[in-house]
Design a protein around this ligand. Structure first.
Ligand code: NAD
Length: 347
């Protein structure tokens, strides 16, 4: 497996591999950039097809965290970890204990929190081995699951997007297609519903869709049709790659914006969305609410006023992305990358 010539290698400052046969732990921890502070980003626990897929994920996700943290103007660098989910039976506590030891060995260059497949309970286990952990339920500055704050930031950003694209104030009366009703997707759907939006939803988990149908009066569609709905907004809140060569031509929405990291399968998809007159809210700008909350916890004195101020800052940054994109005729993802690299002082 090549690292330095890997297409997603971006002069990452560090890439760590850890394995512990006793617990079944196999993980990568990637530190992309620490110019703004210690690298922080969630840990993903996922069944990868192979190690190469996991490596690609950690390289891409950690870089996106540098960009996200820079765009959110928080004093953290970018990093990410992925744990390869063992096949068959395993002892979850032993595995996350071993992972906590791995985080400790990175010596504070990387501070972890939750990502897909990892809960606050897992965070508690990791915390038994290391202090370089946030997103905890209890403790001095504990701030809990960051997902509701991620949903809050996305909601605020979507308000900016609908004003910019559709000239309306708020999401009332709009139709939003939500792909994935997990920690963030469901919280976002609740906020949208409360603000008068109509929901179309899909998830591979039928319990989640049933709950959304009952509680939020959402229309449920299949996972292979959610992107193609006649909606004002398509909100990808599952895994990455929702916008790809197979889905792009079917997207009917005026706006794409949601929680998932790496929504564009390739950067060219940003241009393709623009060519179709669809406004894309760059994922790492829109979904920074959770890491903003984590940054408040990492500071040692959690202050919601600071969090709220940074969430409001997301509106300003997103508006700047949209304005620059419009005046320069360049895709929003391209503009966001440029702004992030400026803020990171990278060439
Ligand atoms: P989650 O695991 O709680 O939810 C993901 C949901 O997507 C699950 O309900 C799952 O069943 C569903 N899903 C999986 N494949 C699907 C498919 N093909 N079609 C429809 N639904 C599918 O994860 P989460 O914490 O809600 O995060 C969602 C996304 O947002 C991830 O990409 C994550 O990296 C990103 N994100 C999360 C946070 C956070 O604070 N949790 C912050 C930033 C970004």
């Amino acid at each position: 497996m090549s690292i330095f010539s890997h297409p997603d290698f971006d002069n990452h400052e560090g890439l760590y591999t850890f394995s512990e046969p006793e617990s079944g732990l196999k993980c990568f921890i990637a530190v992309h950039n620490t110019n703004r502070g210690p690298a922080s980003g969630g840990t993903r626990f996922w069944s990868y097809a192979d190690d190469t897929a996991a490596l690609t994920d950690v390289l891409r996700l950690s870089k996106a965290m540098s960009y996200k943290n820079a765009m959110a103007e928080i004093p953290l660098g970018g990093g990410k970890a992925v744990i390869l989910k063992p096949e068959g039976e395993f002892d979850r506590e032993a595995l996350f204990t071993a992972y906590g030891r791995a985080v400790e060995k990175v010596g504070g260059q990387y501070i972890t929190a939750e990502d897909v497949g990892v809960s606050t309970d897992d965070m508690r286990v990791i915390k038994t081995q290391t202090d370089y952990v946030a997103g905890l339920d209890d403790g001095e500055a504990a701030s809990g699951d960051p997902s509701p704050h991620t949903a809050d930031g996305i909601f605020r950003g979507l308000e900016v997007a609908v004003k910019h694209k559709l000239g309306v104030d708020g999401v009332g009366g709009l139709i939003v297609a939500v792909q994935g009703l997990g920690h963030v997707g469901y919280a976002l759907a609740q906020k949208l519903k409360t603000s008068g939006a109509q929901l179309i939803v899909a998830d591979i988990n039928q319990e989640a869709t049933q709950r959304a149908a009952e509680e939020l009066k959402a229309t449920v569609v299949t996972v292979d049709q959610i992107h193609a709905q006649e909606a004002d907004i398509f909100a990808p809140c599952a895994l990455g790659g929702a916008i790809n060569a197979d889905t792009i031509d079917d997207i009917q929405a005026y706006i794409v914006g949601g929680a998932a990291n790496n929504q564009l399968k390739t950067a060219e998809m940003g241009r393709a969305l623009m060519d179709r007159d669809i406004l894309y809210c760059p994922d790492y700008v829109l979904n920074a609410g959770g890491i903003i909350n984590v940054a408040a916890e990492v500071s040692g004195t959690y202050d919601y006023k600071w969090v709220d101020g940074k969430l409001e800052g997301l509106r300003v940054t997103l508006q700047e992305v949209f304005d620059r994109s419009k005046s320069l005729g360049r895709p929003t993802n391209d503009i966001a990358d440029e702004m992030a690299r400026e803020r990171l002082k990278l060439s």
